[in-house]
Every structure is written in C-alpha cells, then in structure tokens.
Design a protein around this ligand. Structure first.
Ligand code: ATP
Ligand code: MG
Length: 330
C-alpha cells in the first residue's frame, strides 16, 4: 500500500470563549478534540456528522486556514503543523480547499480567468499567453468553455461556479482536496454532475479527497471510507460498504438508520436522534455520546472509549465494541 498523502494525528482545535470588556477567557469550545486519520492517494474519505460536530473545523485546520491547538498534520511526508505562512508556502499547493458556497469563496471582482490564473501567477510565475493557455485547459477540464475566462462569477450558475472553484483548486496539481459540503448548496439535479466531475478528476489526477458532508446519499456515491464524527471526535472509521451494511458505533447506527440510502440524488433530511447535541464547550464526561445513547452503561459515563481497530481497517470508539468480541455486546 502506498504511503498516505495526509496523516492527521490527535488533531485538536479549541476556540476560546471570551466575555466582558476585559475579554476574559471563560471557557473553550472543543470543536475538534483529538481526531486522527490517514488519507491515501486516489481515495475519498468522507467526514460525516451532525451540524456543529467539527467537520469544517477539521478541514480548515488541515489547509492551515487556522492553526491547530495541538496534534500533528503530515502532508506528503512533511510535518506542516507548526509552519507559518511563509514556511507553509511551498507545501500549500499540495492541499487545496473547495467550499460549500462558491459564490462567497470566489472574488466577485475578478474574472474566471483571473480567479483560476491567480495561483498560477503566484506559484508558477506564469503570465500572458502561457497562463491563459493553462487557464483555458483547466476550465475545459472541469467542463467549462475556455471563452468563459472573461466572465465574472455572477454570470455563472451555481454548478458552474463550483466547477470554477474546482478549476482553481486544481491549478497547482494538489495531492489533496478538502471539499467542505461542495454540493450542498446546489440543486439536486446539478449535485450529481458535480460529484461525477469530482470522481473523474480524482481518477485522472489520483487526487485524495477529504469530503465533508452531512448528506449520506452523496457520501454513499462518492466515498471509499467514512469517518463519523460526534462532538469533535471520530466515533467510527470504516470502509463505506462495511459501515452502511452494519454500523458498529451506536451514533453511526442512528445516523444511518435515520437516512436510508438508496437514491444518491435524493436529498436527505438531518438525522433524527433523540435529544440535542450537547455543547462542545461542556461535552459530557466519559463517552461524549452517552447522554443520547440507548445502549449506555455506567462505564460510558465515566470512561472515555478510545478509537480502537475492532476489525481490519475498522475503527470504533465504544465500550460495547471490544475488539475481541465484535458485534456480540449490543
Ligand atoms: N471561528 C470560530 N470561533 C468560535 N467557535 C467556532 C468557530 N468555528 C467553529 N466554531 C464552533 O466549533 C464547533 C464546530 O463547528 P464546525 O463549523 O466545525 O461544525 P460542522 O460540523 O462543520 O457543522 P455544519 O454541519 O453546520 O457545517 C461549533 O460549536 C462552532 O460553533
Ligand atoms: Mg461545516
């Protein structure tokens, strides 16, 4: 097996909560609280979970839009965790991000050609005809016409804008693309087109995707492996087929039960589990999920279950899933 292109170890991102004119820190929002996974070339790892569980924060931290509180990020073998903007520069091109709302993430005052050409100018010092040629090829690669170069973002449809976002992300031939809900804002009919384009691009460039979504239908279509997050932690990490066939973590089970997956184009509603997600400022003791877990026992309230490999390539964080006796306890 090839070495992972991205290794994430015990990633933590806490946001201080400040109050009053003196801006005292009164607590920490534990948005990401010890997340570990590997991402291999050519694979799609999907990050799923309820709103607020920390998916976007993982993504933003990995592309260094924000500095992690602790943990380690190794990109193509290089530890980039503590690199500042200048030191990060040669590595930044290896990992790019695509956002949910391409309209908000594309500069409205730049033309499509300028948007896609900007990274080429900055990183490869391309200009003039050489740059235009490369921009035209990138636009065509994502299914836009080269003539679209002179248009502004508002002149494109939502799906076309997301194609433009992909062209920009691809410009520097990254190894990893973090896609944060890239199709959630699009019409259902357009979602499948953009997903299929992403899958084609993955195959052509051997891209690794960290694909963030709460739509299990989309995830079922594009994912190879799935990481289920709950309150800042991964509770289950498994192959897509294995997870959908038999989720082992009670939260993953509830998530999948609430969203039967058959038609990947159908929109899914948010999952339905009793009770609200507890505050990430004050997460429950022991297993974060115990307050909503139908199977919780006394131990779950006090002891935090580690994420353990209960079967090959199958990681679960649950006291009721001892590696020795999988499936028997529940
Ligand atoms: N810049 C920030 N400052 C303070 N708190 C933040 C910040 N960004 C996120 N949070 C908090 O961190 C937690 C995780 O947020 P995040 O946006 O990562 O969740 P998410 O899983 O992406 O949710 P959604 O599905 O709604 O996009 C939330 O409680 C959120 O309010
Ligand atoms: Mg988010």
């Amino acid at each position: 097996m090839t070495a992972p292109v991205l290794q994430v170890e015990k990633l933590i991102k806490h946001f201080p909560v400040v109050r009053g004119v003196l801006r005292h820190t009164v607590g920490q929002i534990k948005a990401v609280d010890g997340v570990s996974f590997d991402l291999r070339a050519g694979e799609t790892l999907c990050l799923v979970g309820e709103s607020g569980c920390g998916k976007s924060t993982v993504g933003r931290t990995l592309v260094k839009l924000m500095q992690p509180t602790a943990g380690r990020i190794v990109l193509a073998g290089v530890d980039v965790t503590h690199l500042d903007d200048t030191a990060m520069r040669p590595h930044r091109r290896r990992i790019q991000m695509v956002f949910q709302d391409p309209y908000a993430s594309l500069n409205p005052r730049l033309t499509a050609g300028e948007i896609v050409g900007e990274p080429l100018e900055n990183y490869e010092a391309l200009a003039g005809a050489a740059k235009d040629e490369k921009v035209a090829a990138l636009l065509e690669k994502v299914g836009l016409r080269a003539e679209a170069m002179v248009k502004y973002p508002f002149e494109f449809s939502g799906g076309q804008r997301q194609r433009l976002g992909l062209a920009r992300a691809l410009a520097l031939r990254p190894a990893v693309i973090v896609a944060d809900e890239p199709v959630s804002a699009l019409d259902v009919s357009v979602q499948a087109q953009v997903i299929n384009l992403m899958m084609d691009l993955q195959e052509e460039f051997n891209l690794a995707y960290l694909f963030i979504s709460h739509d299990l239908g989309v995830v079922e279509h594009i994912g190879h492996r799935i990481a289920v997050m709950y309150l800042g932690r991964i509770v289950e990490l498994a192959d897509k087929e294995a997870l959908f066939a038999k989720p082992l973590h009670p939260y993953a089970e509830a998530l999948i039960a609430a969203a039967p997956i058959a038609d990947p184009r159908a929109r899914r509603d948010q999952l339905v589990i009793e009770g609200d997600v507890p505050s990430p400022m004050n997460p429950p003791s022991g297993c974060h999920f115990h307050t909503r877990c139908p199977y919780a026992v006394a131990r779950c309230r006090v002891e935090d279950p580690p994420l353990r490999e209960v079967a090959p390539e199958r990681w679960v964080s649950c006291h009721l899933r001892e590696p020795a006796a999988p499936a028997a306890a529940i």
